[in-house]
Design a protein around this ligand. Structure first.
Ligand SMILES: [Zn+2]
Length: 76
């Protein structure tokens, strides 16, 4: 089975803080649930980001929100 590589067909912009989640993609880009109906993009604090987290029903939706500067939650 394919592991979270499918984000690769999307262009993911740098976060406002300058960090790009793709840098540590295994940590930052993944489905939150087993059913794969919620995908999140994290600017993980531990990886040098600002903690910004965006959720979407699909990878495409998450990426679109991310690239539009939306911040659903900040996780420290
Ligand atoms: Zn950030």
């Amino acid at each position: 089975m394919q592991k979270s590589q499918s984000y690769k067909k999307f262009e993911i912009n740098n976060c406002k803080c300058g960090y790009n989640p793709v840098t540590d993609y295994l940590d930052n880009l993944y489905y939150c649930n087993r059913e794969k109906t919620e995908f999140n993009i994290c600017c993980k604090f531990q990886n040098g980001g600002c903690g910004r987290t965006v959720y979407g029903k699909t990878i495409g939706e998450s990426v679109e929100k991310w690239n539009n500067g939306i911040n659903d939650e900040t996780i420290y």
